[in-house]
Structure formats: structure tokens, C-alpha cells
Write a new protein. Structure first.
Length: 96
């Protein structure tokens, strides 16, 4: 499973189930604290975003598929985690 996390106008794609689960808890904790920096992803140097009660946050589940074109031009799709297997990806630079 992959998700698109939108925080205000910034969008991120996460592929790692553990990072996604941790992110939900971190966002809730930041809201209960009145605001906090939340890391997006689990790798060193992952971006951090400030989450406050006024922050617009949206989480959408993506159905990412690899698409293979056969000789006759038809398209076959299979469930995968997408071409990018990184921890977090800026969606503006990711093809999905």
C-alpha cells in the first residue's frame, strides 16, 4: 500500500507500511500537543513538517500499478509498490 500525504500544499508519497502507521500516530500526537514537527519517512534526512491544529492534512491511499504494454498495445496491470521503492517521495517528482 502507498499513500499520498498532503500537508497544506506539499505532497509526499510513502510506500513503507511501518512509516505510514507511525505517521498516523505522530500526527495525532502533534495535534494533541498543540503543534510539533513530524518527520515524514524513517530515513535520516527525511523531511519534517510542522503539524498544528490549523494545518490542512489529507491522507489518500494509492493503488500503484506497473503497466506493461504488450505487442498489440493492450495494457496489463499488476499490483506493485510502484517504480520507486524509497521511503518517501515528493509526488511532484514521482510517476505513479
Amino acid at each position: 500500500m502507498s499513500i499520498v500525504l498532503t500537508v497544506n500544499h506539499d505532497r509526499f508519497v510513502l510506500h513503507d507500511a511501518e512509516s505510514i502507521s507511525r505517521l498516523h500516530g505522530d500526527i495525532r500526537a502533534a495535534l494533541q500537543a498543540g503543534g510539533s514537527l513530524v518527520p515524514i519517512g524513517s530515513r535520516p534526512g527525511s523531511p519534517e513538517v510542522l503539524i498544528t491544529p490549523a494545518t490542512h492534512v489529507r491522507i489518500d491511499v494509492l493503488d500503484v500499478r506497473d503497466v506493461d504494454r504488450s505487442v498489440d498495445g493492450s495494457v496489463d496491470g499488476a499490483d506493485t509498490e510502484g517504480a520507486d521503492h524509497g521511503d518517501v517521495v515528493f509526488i511532484d517528482f514521482d510517476q505513479y
